[in-house]
Design a protein around this ligand. Structure first.
Ligand SMILES: C[S@@+](CC[C@H](N)C(=O)[O-])C[C@H]1O[C@@H](n2cnc3c(N)ncnc32)[C@H](O)[C@@H]1O
Length: 512
């Protein structure tokens, strides 16, 4: 395990003992059911660099603060973080035009876009095609032909659904009948219209982004983490209830995702007008720094990062999926299907994403094969050995096994998920150490979690992996607002501190 830290000045300590007490975990294993000594050791080791901060808040680590931002509001990506957070971290790392910053989990592209506006190059990955549409659309902001967009919007404003139009947008099982009848047809009609139009590819892509940003509010569904939640006015719930009634079963409760299911034509038109107004504002502003490149690859970071050249990055700003069972391929199913992804391809995408659902299968053998193909078996062996040496990680996996035997886990897939999640993330940490320049700063936003009464300190555990790979842990910023405890876990095991953190690591200046 890593050596004792002696790097941090007293000023890095959280302000008061009372403050700190609220954020430090006293008991990791509810009822002291499992060994928690390695997690206690991590807590002791990294508490000196824990800083309860108002520098970031719940809004800056989430999409909330971007809602009204020009550009960043073009895609409501609930899992995104804010431009404010990226700006603060770019300042902290001292990034200047010409530098390159990476976001290995790009999402809607907040890091890349903020970098671009500051003349900083960026590189990053995401598996979801939604990211590509979003990043392409926003990265082009200075180059849109405004008269062309005005013409596209004017034509779309007059675009009526022809009488007798019989086609409808495709569905997959989990999205079946998600839209009211008019929207179902209109989405398909508008898709054909834009595909067949003579507008430029950039304008067409922007149109698609506006549709993506409208689909949820024009549907009977809402994104609720692990699944799509369904409105009781939908055909799906209606039919399920009819069946339940016949079988004498309790009916599904009345639940409205939103007051009104919007008309998709009006919603898309509103989005188009909104982005056009932002484009006008940005194009006429004079404070955009030169040109900067965005190198976005639509692929898994696990299979791209190993090929990036060493010592090339000024820093990293990112937020991976959290270890919370949220399934992006379910919550974004409407958008994925709209972009032409079918049932099987969505299932494949689910497996390609970082393991963060109970359905995730291990990727370690695929990774081993891949490192072999690129002639980096030694690197693979060394990373995997380092991961296995992490005592806290071993302790957590053993504790979860014991919890499983005791019937405390509501899904056995949780162990596989936690194992895969940290193994895969540790590969990312190891590769980031290699591709960072000496002195580079790495920032990860993440949430701590608890399963079966076992606290997993994601921030400190990740920091311990980072330290094993050579980074200097510099700071763990902890937001004043913590993550809520799930009502089930709280009832069974009591309340516990679950930090929302931004971990900061630095590659030593004398590292090679
Ligand atoms: C928390 S979100 C990032 C949001 C981003 N910071 C933003 O502001 O929009 C995590 C992203 O990681 C992506 N992701 C998950 N597994 C991945 C993988 N193996 N490679 C690349 N991206 C992945 C997800 O699709 C998701 O978009």
């Amino acid at each position: 395990m890593v050596d004792q830290l002696s790097l941090f000045p007293d000023s890095a300590m959280p302000e008061t003992t009372a403050d700190r007490g609220n954020y430090i975990v006293d008991v990791f294993s509810a009822g002291k059911f499992c060994d928690e000594s390695a997690r206690q050791a991590l807590e002791k080791r990294y508490t000196p660099i824990l800083e309860v901060t108002e520098k970031f808040d719940r809004r800056s680590v989430s999409y909330q603060r971007s809602k009204k931002d020009v550009l960043h509001s073009w895609l409501k990506y609930k899992e995104g973080f804010s431009a404010d957070l990226v700006n603060i971290l770019l300042d902290d790392m001292g990034a200047v035009p010409g530098d390159t910053v990476m976001d290995p989990f790009m999402g809607s592209g907040t890091t890349a876009l903020v970098c671009q506006l500051r003349g900083i190059n960026s590189i990053g990955y995401d598996i979801l095609p939604i990211s590509k549409v979003s990043i392409d659309a926003k990265a082009n902001v200075m180059h849109y032909n405004i008269p062309e967009l005005e013409a596209m919007i004017a034509e779309f404003a007059q675009l009526d659904l022809p009488e007798g139009y019989a086609k409808a947008t495709p569905y997959i099982t989990i999205t079946d009948t998600a839209y009211p009848a008019f929207n179902e047809k209109y989405i398909q009609f508008a898709t054909e219209w834009i595909d067949q139009s003579l507008f430029s590819n950039a304008a067409k892509n922007l149109f698609r982004l506006c549709v993506i940003n409208s689909l949820e509010r024009c549907s009977y569904t809402s994104k609720s983490g692990q699944y799509l939640s369904w409105d009781s006015r939908s055909k799906k719930v209606f039919e399920a209830n009819a069946q339940r009634e016949r079988a004498g079963r309790k009916l599904l409760p009345q639940h409205h995702c939103r007051k009104v299911i919007e008309n998709v034509h009006d919603a898309v038109l509103e989005e188009l007008r909104h982005v056009l107004s932002d484009i006008r504002t940005i194009q006429s502003s004079s404070n955009i720094e030169g040109t900067a490149s965005i190198d976005f690859r639509q692929n898994s970071v696990l299979f791209e990062l190993p090929q990036v050249g060493s010592n090339s990055l000024k820093g990293v700003i990112t937020s991976p999926p959290y270890c919370n069972r949220y399934d992006y391929t379910r919550t974004y199913a409407l958008e994925l299907v709209y972009l032409g992804i079918g049932e099987e391809a969505i299932k494949e995408m689910r497996q390609a994403l970082l393991s963060c659902t109970v359905e995730s299968k291990p990727k370690i053998e695929a990774l081993r094969d891949y490192y072999q193909i690129i002639g980096a078996e030694d690197r693979f062996d060394s990373i995997i050995d380092t991961i296995r040496q992490n005592e806290a990680f071993r302790e957590i996996l053993l504790a979860l096994e014991k919890r499983k035997e005791n019937g405390d886990l509501n899904n056995d897939g949780i162990i596989r998920m936690v194992d895969g999640y940290f193994t895969e993330l540790a590969f990312v940490y190891a590769e980031l150490f290699r591709v960072c320049r000496p002195g580079a700063m790495v920032a990860f936003v993440n949430d701590n979690v608890r399963y079966g009464g076992e606290v997993i300190p994601v921030d400190f555990l990740s920091t311990s992996f980072a330290e094993q790979f050579g980074f200097i842990p510099q700071k763990v910023y902890c937001l004043k607002q913590q993550k809520g405890n799930s009502s089930q876990q709280m009832k069974k095991y009591g309340r516990v501190a679950l930090r929302k953190s931004v971990t900061i690591w630095v590659k030593p200046v004398d590292a090679n």
